[in-house]
Design a protein around this ligand. Structure first.
Ligand code: AMP
Ligand code: ZN
Length: 135
């Protein structure tokens, strides 16, 4: 299913030009327009889904295979020193475009980027309680 109002549907299906670095029947992989580092790419499924919560399980498995392929290519061709996979779901988690995408971000020594979080202050009791909830 495509969503006519979704920019990533249009990019993934070639209706809007993009800097495509890889494509197969399930995905188009494009450069992010506002890259965190040189080579920052997005894996876009050709079928519309909003995010991880409605991603078909089989597509999810294929996304990870593609992420590995792109990461290896970045290592080989860009000589990056590391890679971050980042995947945001819903607004509080930083999602701004509501078509599933996996960021593949090559990292370089001294690239000056910070991709991370500060540790939350949870008591041991709170940690025990959340572990129980998630079992
Ligand atoms: P997120 O915050 O995880 O939803 O990431 C959305 C990403 O899409 C951001 O890194 C944007 O720079 C990127 N982006 C937005 N519009 C485009 C576009 N037309 N082509 C490529 N990347 C885009
Ligand atoms: Zn879409």
């Amino acid at each position: 299913m495509k969503d006519n109002n979704c920019i990533f549907c249009k990019i993934a299906n070639g209706e809007i030009p993009s800097r495509t670095i890889e494509e197969n029947e399930l995905f188009r992989v494009v450069l992010d327009v506002a890259p965190a580092t040189k080579g920052h790419a997005l894996i876009l499924p050709k079928e519309h889904c909003r995010n991880l919560f409605d991603l078909p399980e089989e597509t999810g498995a294929e996304v990870m295979k593609m992420a590995q392929k792109i990461a290896l290519k970045m290592k080989d061709k860009l000589h990056c020193d590391g890679v971050n996979l980042v995947q945001n779901n819903e607004e509080p988690a930083g999602q701004t475009v509501f078509h599933f995408h996996m960021h593949v971000i090559p990292r370089y020594v001294d690239d000056g980027q910070t991709i991370g979080w500060k540790p939350a202050q949870l008591t041991a009791e709170e940690m025990d309680a959340v572990a129980e909830q998630l079992k």
